[in-house]
Write a protein that binds this ligand. Structure first.
Ligand SMILES: Cc1cc2nc3c(=O)[nH]c(=O)nc-3n(C[C@H](O)[C@H](O)[C@H](O)COP(=O)(O)OP(=O)(O)OC[C@H]3O[C@@H](n4cnc5c(N)ncnc54)[C@H](O)[C@@H]3O)c2cc1C
Length: 452
């Protein structure tokens, strides 16, 4: 059933939660602190919480409000495995593989622990995350990724759709051994409450326009309302990194991804798909499509296309393109024909950093400037975990082995491949052509026929 896209609510923030009403004050005049953290996403909040826990004099500076960026806008999948194609990662980074797998696993454990210890109400369900195959060819990819994951010390159970309790429209998949799904907006709000309650000073509504290192080594952070002078700084601006000269070339590129949420669906119709585990599912396309159920009785569908940001500053109030939302609705109807009457009710999008290696990374730009970039679609757990490890490094130089695995000795980054707007469109077209020939639509129709 075709629907009028004018009826879909297109958000410039997130569909998971509304912005907070208790905005914290902006930087005003001259502020001094020992460590400044710039960027209040899950990464910056993870760093700040740990620095505060360790008794440091820390100030967190955020352009809008804590949780404004992709941290509140994503699909809410907590993954226990690295993002990207594990076969490619193994091919290009064989020595880093074990470290990346363990980092992802430990990051998911870390975030689960934080949600529990801080008693954050974010609808967390620890039912894993499934890499699913829409075709036998994708199933081969799942199996080889599962092998790589397990060899590197990761956890994952491979099975058919029936064995894993995922929709019968899929051939099968692998459920990761740790992780699950949550409402990222509520999770960020919970972290924000804790950061504000900590000893850290929190400045919202303070867009940093420049970061400079003075001759005496101190860091000067300039905002419209005032200046922060810090002994040390941690840059945690993810996709927005690149606005200042101090950020090295090719650290990452900004990518705009969207999520669309349906109207509420009768739970019996979701169960009838064979989705008894209710695990979030990620397809094995070159650019994934993902589906998850929510506590609101809806399905959230995500990604399928990546729009590349071409210049900084990134557009602030970007809303999803209705054509892309329509495509996500079409993906839902194609995978699950029995839901072809279900409409998308709202959609939103966010800016996410992609590194040229597709690997999370961290390092220093100078002896008192730290940066990290934990992204590539799996940053929700990795960014705060790495942030907490960076905090320990800031305090006493501790180099946890998970941080060492992604640490770059020098901030030099290889060129990007296939990441131009035209390259991304070609990858998308490759996926669509594959869908015509891989038998996935026939399989989905058969699965739907079995329901009725
Ligand atoms: C649509 C979408 C779906 C995704 N799905 C998933 C998923 O299901 N699972 C998963 O693990 N990951 C997912 N991700 C990725 C994940 O959301 C990110 O990797 C993670 O949230 C990054 O956190 P962060 O703190 O590094 O960045 P952000 O949350 O983007 O935080 C950066 C912060 O820096 C602030 N900032 C920027 N510039 C300045 C400045 N000049 N001055 C002050 N502050 C500034 C921003 O306002 C922002 O709050 C998804 C991302 C998107 C966009």
């Amino acid at each position: 059933m075709k629907q009028d896209m004018n009826k879909v609510k297109l958000h410039t923030f997130s569909g998971w939660i509304d912005p907070p009403t208790d905005l914290q004050p902006a930087v005003s005049g001259e502020v001094t602190c020992d460590t400044a953290v710039i960027g209040g996403g899950v990464g910056g909040m993870g760093t700040t919480m740990r620095l505060a826990e360790r008794g440091q004099d820390v100030a967190l500076i955020e352009a809008e409000f804590l949780g404004y960026g992709s941290s509140s806008r994503n699909g809410g999948h907590i993954s226990g495995a690295p993002g990207g194609d594990l076969r490619m990662l193994k091919l290009f980074y064989p020595k880093k593989m074990k470290g990346m797998v363990l980092l992802a696993d430990h990051a998911a454990e870390y975030l689960q622990g934080k949600i529990r210890d801080l008693d954050i109400d974010c609808d967390y369900v620890s039912n894993g995350l499934a890499m699913v195959a829409i075709s036998p060819i994708q199933m081969m990819r799942v199996k080889s990724c599962a092998k790589i994951l397990r060899k590197a010390g990761g956890r994952g159970k491979v099975g058919t759709a029936e064995e894993l309790g995922i929709p019968r429209a899929f051939v099968g998949g692998m459920i990761e051994g740790v992780g699950g799904m949550l409402n990222p907006g509520k999770m960020c709000r919970g972290l924000r409450t804790n950061v504000i309650a900590s000893s850290a000073r929190v400045y919202e509504q303070s867009k940093v326009t420049d970061v400079k290192r003075r001759d005496d080594g101190k860091i000067v952070i300039i905002t419209p309302g005032g200046t922060v002078i810090a002994n040390k700084v941690v840059l945690s601006t993810n996709a927005y990194s690149g606005e200042w000269d101090i950020v090295p070339e090719r650290l990452s590129i900004p990518a705009y991804l969207i999520e669309a949420e349906t109207e509420p669906i009768d739970p019996k119709r979701i169960e009838a798909l064979g989705w008894t585990s209710r695990t979030g599912v990620l397809s094995q396309h070159q650019i994934m499509e993902h589906f998850r159920v929510t506590e609101r009785g809806t399905i959230v569908i995500g990604v399928r296309r990546i729009q590349r940001g071409t210049s900084y500053p990134l557009p602030k109030d970007k809303a999803p393109d209705p054509g892309l939302v329509k495509e996500l609705e079409g993906a839902l109807h194609t995978r699950f024909p029995s839901l072809s009457d279900v409409k998308v009710a709202q959609a939103w999008g966010g800016w996410m950093a992609i590194t040229s290696s597709w690997v999370s990374l961290a390092g220093k730009l100078a002896d008192n400037i730290w940066y990290s970039c934990c992204c590539n679609g799996h940053g929700l757990a990795q960014a705060p975990y790495v942030g907490s490890l960076i905090a320990d490094n800031v305090v006493d130089g501790t180099m946890h082995e998970d941080l060492a695995g992604i640490w770059l000795k020098e901030p030099k980054f290889p060129p990007f491949m296939l990441m131009s707007p035209a390259g991304l469109r070609s990858v998308w077209a490759f996926d669509r052509v594959g869908d015509v020939f891989n038998g996935s639509k026939r399989r989905a129709r058969r699965a739907a026929a079995a329901i009725s």
